[in-house]
Every structure is written in structure tokens, then in C-alpha cells.
Ligand binder design. Structure first.
Ligand code: ATP
Ligand code: MG
Length: 411
């Protein structure tokens, strides 16, 4: 890698970002697979900020990008799962004089005012470099003290930590590390199908699926004419927010009104919610098989509403054989809401639009329904036919997340 050769303050041309990853470093033989996927995801996340280059070098990624894009790039990278932290760095030649000069610039840029304290922290990945890490710390530290009267060393709680990474061809200096989201690179597990309503919970469940490396497609049930464009726009927008964390998403829109009407006409009122959810799961599983998706994700949380009692979850689950993951199962609503705010889905989720599940809600939904009674109720409607019709009329949109681009119809 040849960046900033022959100078210590040659920062005008390109900014350089150093990216660290965490959990994937533990993955043994799979490590190259994880690293390749993270590289791909980093490049995809930076789409729109061209020209840039991403290099992988011994456990680190380096992004070279135009300085005017560096802030936007950091913001995007802070959403790329697998990344643990990001530092804007300065690269200098592998010699002490250049390292000292850059360290001095960093200290002066970062800290102005009286009683400034600092420490130097060196990591020597390149063992051929003639000075050990403690020696570099000492040499640079002494130089900083001598050339900046008034500054002091504080190894416990300094104003500024000058970090130095000695690598094969260059040294990298930085004083700031911004957190990444952790987790696993999207695409290393899965893919899976997220049941996405317009509510607060399911986008958070989707985010948690992405965090564990699952590439997701989303399925939303809508009930025209009872639910309108507003509900769909909400789900489009939620999907678009999720693309910021996991790249493009196929969003499937399945019509559900006919099933709801049939259930209302022919089945006991207190079972309608459970029966609706069993129908949703059946459709979800069929779609998952068609699309090669190996898991269903939902935003259910134990006891949150009557359809999420243990008994209801059991009879809902019993219609599918695919694994159903409910990452929010043990979360309180407050915890889910806090996460929704953090990932920016909350304000969209609370927009007041009807979801199909809020239609025809009985005053007293059954909390402990019996499986054989549900099965009897389902005999009263042409369930298979209704499910197939919903799938036949399914519409898929690919959400690219590109603010300048249009979402387009897939089928
Ligand atoms: P959310 O749970 O997303 O806040 P909600 O609370 O309105 O929405 P619930 O009744 O709690 O929805 O439904 C539980 C889960 O079922 C949702 O988290 C979601 O995974 C799924 N689900 C509910 N309604 C729909 C829908 N219209 N389309 C797709 N999935 C849905
Ligand atoms: Mg919910």
C-alpha cells in the first residue's frame, strides 16, 4: 500500500480510515470467507461516495477516500455489521522522525489550552521495525514533552491518546476511534425472511437478524382496501432504513384482506388473531421455500400482546417446520423502543397508519387457544386456496436504499 509517501502532513489529497473488526477474527478456517464478505459490504456501504478504494491488510481494512466524503463514509461504516471501530488515520514513513512529527501535529490539533495531558500507545504489528512498542512510546513521549511546553503525561485519563500502529510499509497515527456496530458481516449466515409490519418491533427484529449476519428479505401483509398506500409507504421506508445496515432488501407485499374477511365471516371471533397469524406463517413458509430462505424472523416478544402468550406462540409455530427466530422474545417494550430510536426506525414506526393486524381485532382475543379448535375453524374456509391466491398476487419490490434511485418492481 502506498499512501502519503514522503511526508507527514500530506493529508490534502485523500483521507484514510482504518477499520477494525472483531468477532470474525475468531472464526478459524472460515475467517477468509468472513473477511471477504466484510470487504464486499464495506464497498457496498460506500456506494455513492466514489472515488474510494478499500484495501485489506493483515487484519485491518483501509479506506482511502476524498476528504469531503470522509465524514459521510464514517457514518455509513458505523452501520456495517462486523466493524468494531473506525479511526481516521495519518500514514507516515516507517521512521521515527516522521512518526514524531506527525504525533506532534496530532497533539497540537487535538488539544489546545493549558494543562493538556497525553499518552502514547504503540502497536507494532511489524516486528522488523527496529524499536519495540515501549521504546516508540518513550521516544515519541519525550519528544512531545520537549516540543510542547506545559503538556504532561497521564497514562490513566489523558486528554489525548496518540496511537501509533507500526505496520509493514507505513506507520499509522490517530487519536480517535469511533465505534462500529459489532456483530457479523451481513451475508455470512442466512438468508432469512423477516415478517415486517409497520410497528416498532419488527424493524428492530430485522436489525437484529442483520446483526448476526443474516441477509434478509421482508414480507409485509397488507389489506387493501382497508389499509392504504400510507401503510405501504411506511414499510417501504422502514425497509429503506434497514438497507443502511444490510444492503438492498427484497420486500414482498402479500394481500391479506380476503383471508381476514373469510375468517371473520366463518370463524369464532376470539380466535381470529391466532388464525390470522397461522395463515401469515403458512404464507411466509411457502414464500421462504420459493426464495430459498432458511429461517423466519418476527418481532414477537413473550407476553407483549394476547397473540404472544406461550400458548399462542406454540399453536402459531405449529403450522410451519422452518425455524422461527424471535430475537425480541425477552425484551420489554421500553428496551425495544430504545433500540428502535437508536437505529432510526422509531419515528417512522409510530406514524399512525392502519396495519392489517389492527383490523377486525376482537375485544377479547383467546390467550390459550386449543389446537384442535383452531384446526376445526380452519376447515370452515378454503385456506389452501386463499393462501395460494395471496402468494399469486404477491408483489415484490427491491429496496436499494439509494436516495437518488427509484425502487423498482421485481415481478
Ligand atoms: P411490531 O411488532 O412490528 O411492532 P405490531 O406490534 O403491530 O408490529 P404484532 O401484532 O406485535 O405487530 O405482531 C407480531 C409480529 O408479527 C410482528 O413483529 C411482525 O413480525 C409480524 N407481523 C404483524 N403484522 C404483520 C404484517 N402486517 N405483515 C408482516 N408481519 C407482520
Ligand atoms: Mg409487536
Amino acid at each position: 500500500m502506498s499512501i502519503l509517501k514522503g511526508g507527514v502532513n500530506n493529508t490534502t489529497m485523500q483521507s484514510l480510515l482504518l477499520i477494525r473488526y472483531g468477532e470474525i477474527a475468531l472464526k478459524g478456517k472460515n475467517r477468509p470467507f468472513f473477511e471477504k464478505r466484510l470487504l464486499k459490504n464495506i464497498k457496498e456501504a460506500l456506494w455513492g461516495l466514489e472515488p474510494f478504494s478499500v484495501l485489506f491488510q493483515r487484519g485491518r481494512y483501509f479506506v482511502k477516500i476524498a476528504p469531503q466524503h470522509s465524514f459521510a463514509a464514517i457514518q455509513k461504516l458505523q452501520k456495517v455489521f462486523g466493524i468494531v471501530s473506525i479511526s481516521p488515520v495519518q500514514a507516515v514513513q516507517l521512521e521515527m522522525e516522521a512518526i514524531c512529527r506527525q504525533a506532534c501535529l496530532i497533539l497540537q490539533e487535538q488539544c489546545t489550552g493549558p494543562d493538556i495531558t497525553f499518552k502514547v500507545e504503540t502497536r507494532r504489528a511489524n516486528k522488523r521495525f527496529p524499536h519495540t512498542s515501549p521504546e516508540v512510546n518513550r521516544i515519541v513521549g519525550e519528544m512531545l514533552l520537549n516540543s510542547n511546553p506545559g503538556v504532561k503525561v497521564d497514562v490513566h485519563n489523558p486528554h489525548c491518546t496518540v496511537n501509533i500502529e507500526i505496520r509493514d510499509k507505513e506507520a499509522y497515527l490517530f487519536c480517535r476511534s469511533l465505534p462500529g456496530p459489532g456483530g457479523l458481516p451481513v451475508g455470512v449466515t442466512g438468508p432469512g425472511l423477516l415478517l415486517l409490519s409497520g410497528g416498532i418491533d419488527s424493524p428492530v427484529a430485522g436489525w437484529m437478524a442483520l446483526k448476526r449476519g443474516i441477509k434478509i428479505e421482508a414480507l409485509h401483509f397488507h389489506s387493501p382496501p382497508y389499509t392504504g398506500e400510507g401503510a405501504i409507504n411506511k414499510v417501504l421506508e422502514l425497509s429503506r432504513i434497514l438497507t443502511g445496515y444490510g444492503g438492498k432488501i427484497a420486500l414482498h407485499l402479500a394481500p391479506f384482506a380476503e383471508i381476514q374477511q373469510q375468517l371473520r365471516l366463518h370463524c369464532p371471533e376470539d380466535l381470529i388473531i391466532t388464525l390470522m397469524r397461522r395463515a401469515m406463517f403458512r404464507i411466509a413458509e411457502k414464500l421462504a421455500h420459493q426464495r430459498g430462505l432458511g429461517v423466519i424472523y418476527t418481532g414477537e416478544s413473550l407476553g407483549q400482546v394476547s397473540s404472544q402468550t406461550l400458548e399462542n406462540l406454540t399453536v402459531i409455530n405449529s403450522v410451519v417446520t422452518l425455524p422461527v427466530l424471535r430475537p425480541l422474545i425477552g425484551f420489554d417494550k421500553e428496551e425495544i423502543t430504545a433500540r428502535a430510536r437508536q437505529i432510526n426506525t422509531y419515528t417512522v414506526s409510530i406514524r399512525p397508519f392502519e396495519d392489517c393486524c389492527t383490523l377486525f381485532v376482537p375485544p377479547h382475543p383467546a390467550t390459550r387457544p386449543k389446537l384442535h379448535i383452531l384446526e376445526e375453524a380452519e376447515q370452515k374456509i378454503p385456506l389452501d386456496e386463499l393462501i395460494n391466491r395471496s402468494l399469486d398476487n404477491l408483489e415484490t419490490r427491491i429496496i436499494t436504499g439509494n436516495p437518488d434511485g427509484e425502487d423498482f418492481l421485481f415481478q
